[in-house]
Design a protein around this ligand. Structure first.
Ligand code: ZN
Length: 521
């Protein structure tokens, strides 16, 4: 990778959106950036390309940490060796493991990240149609006082992981499995904060940089859109389109942008684009999967952005087949409900960005929504502590929404996949969907299999001299473990209805769900 490019990126981060620097980026793009980059772009031309296996992967929240040190202390976030009593601590398993350190605040060891990508690709690249990859590739900013997380470091993780994925997911015939990225709140600098385009209409410099890092993954005709707003659409299989969202413009912790109901704000633009993209897909008879990093919830999204998102999700449920997200580091689904339409005077008031009253909707109480995020809006890892709390709140959310609202007419189901980062154990998901174009159920999400690897086991093996790298195994499947015949929104609401019943069978199913939330620990 040309270092000059990286330095340019640092300049961009340091000085913001100077048009001279942006121009510099465009000039730099003549040079290939990635060591593994392929000239073959994933583009709308893929619509006619075979094969159609009816499967796709979901990878999320890799959080690679180049400072990860095997044998380091947990209290140093796996960054530094202990001063003394190392052997004693090692015996007690209190030091960073070879393959990773689950149930701590340590991020991912790079050698495990590369191994996981290779393992997954080796197993699946010839059996899947595309990869959904929902962001947060860079480590958390765990020690801002000790190891500063710079814009350069964040970009380097994204460059390395993009390269590794492109290399690994190249098929024997040299074709590339389409990989669809999006930006996580830890993939930008500073953390959580992404501004919109400059006043003069220039593209956001960080988005320009990502458009180059992902230039083989973003269709050529979508590059301008991506540079403007960080979102794009891509046809990944016959009749299947992904809308990759930039949720940072909806994210409540992104204080660099305004609200979605204020004309001209990046979030407003994004909602307009989403609506147009859904309208277009409907007119073309194409089915859509929506993906993004931060899942829409009452805690994570700006309220009006959540209202708009929910409205579009319901208005276009004939087009949208599922909503795939990451960020929360726990395997679960959320149920969002319809909000009443705003009255005209409220629109005007909101456009002036005055504080919103609570009486314009019947939203949950504050204690009623998910608890998947920590208080500062980062990726709440909440190790082992929040499971029962989160479970309780989800159950309450399901119960209330199923009781108050009219099923799929009013409710939207949002899916959050667990991370490759070993918050618990590293995991990835293999999804299956209907690929029969003659079926009225074409594009319907049918099933998924959740995979994981037991890091405690592999670390122990390594400690005993067995250097075999970890392999992954099945944790659960939706058809067997939840007895779901398909993964349509109706089927998820039926499952939620089962969860909240008071019967031994319901209790057992719910316990199973809570266990799966934390990926076999
Ligand atoms: Zn995140």
């Amino acid at each position: 990778m040309p270092t000059s490019y990286i330095y340019l990126a640092i300049l961009l981060y340091t000085f913001g959106s100077s048009s001279i620097l942006v121009q510099g980026v465009f000039q730099q793009q003549q040079k290939p950036l990635l060591p593994f980059s392929s000239p073959t772009a994933v583009s709308n031309s893929n619509i006619s390309s075979p094969p159609q296996y009816g499967r796709f992967l979901h990878l999320t929240d890799i959080h690679m940490d180049d400072h990860y040190k095997v044998g380091a202390t947990i209290t140093s976030f796996c960054h530094r060796d202990p001063r003394k009593h190392k052997k004693k601590k090692a015996r007690k398993g209190k030091l960073a493991g070879h393959w990773g350190t689950p149930t701590t605040d340590c991020d991912s060891a790079p050698h495990m990240v590369y191994h996981s990508i290779d393992w997954i690709a080796q197993e699946w690249k010839d059996k899947i149609d595309f990869v959904v990859w929902t962001g947060d590739n860079a480590r958390h900013d765990t020690e801002p006082g000790k190891i500063r997380r710079s814009g350069r470091e964040i970009l380097e993780y994204n460059i390395k992981i993009t390269g590794a994925l492109q290399h690994a997911f190249k098929r024997a015939d040299n074709s590339s499995v389409p990989i669809v990225p999006c930006i996580g709140n830890n993939d930008i600098h500073p953390h959580n904060l992404l501004t919109g385009p400059t006043d003069t209409g220039d593209s956001n410099p960080q988005l320009v940089v990502y458009s180059d890092i992902w230039r083989d993954l973003i269709p050529k005709d979508q590059v301008a859109t991506f540079r403007h707003g960080g979102y794009f659409s891509v046809d990944v299989a016959q009749g299947i389109r992904i809308l990759s969202l930039n949720t940072l413009y909806f994210f409540d912790s992104n204080t660099a942008v305004g609200r979605c109901d204020a004309y001209g704000e990046p979030g407003w633009d994004h909602i307009q684009w989403l609506q147009q993209a859904l309208e277009q897909a409907r007119s073309e008879g194409i089915k859509v999967y929506i993906m993004g990093h931060v899942p829409p919830t009452t805690k994570t999204f700006k309220r009006d952005c959540l209202h708009d998102y929910t409205r579009l999700a319901l208005d276009y449920q004939d087009v949208i087949k599922a909503h795939f997200y990451g960020h929360a580091n726990a395997d679960h689904f959320q149920i969002l409900h319809r909000y009443p339409k705003k009255k005209k005077h409220q629109h005007q008031r909101l456009a002036r960005q005055q504080p919103m009253d609570d009486d314009d909707d019947d939203d949950y109480d504050n204690d009623d929504d998910d608890d998947d995020d920590d208080s500062n809006g980062g990726c709440g890892r909440g190790i082992g502590i929040r499971r029962s709390n989160m479970g309780r709140q989800l159950r309450k959310q399901y119960k209330k929404n199923l009781k108050r609202y009219n099923g799929i007419n009013d409710l939207v189901v949002i899916h959050v996949a667990p991370p490759l980062l070993p918050v618990y154990n590293p995991g990835f998901r293999v999804n299956e969907y209907n690929v029969d174009p003659t079926s009225p159920r074409f594009g319907t999400w049918m099933k998924y299999t959740q995979w994981y690897t037991d890091l405690a086991h592999w670390n122990e093996q390594y400690a005993h001299g067995n250097t075999t790298p970890p392999s992954f195994q099945v944790e659960y499947t939706t058809d067997v473990d939840y007895e779901m015949k398909d993964l349509s929104p109706q089927s998820w609401l039926d499952l939620a209805r089962l969860f909240v019943q008071k019967s031994p069978a319901a209790h057992s199913l719910w316990s199973n769900y809570l266990q799966n939330m934390v990926v076999q620990t």
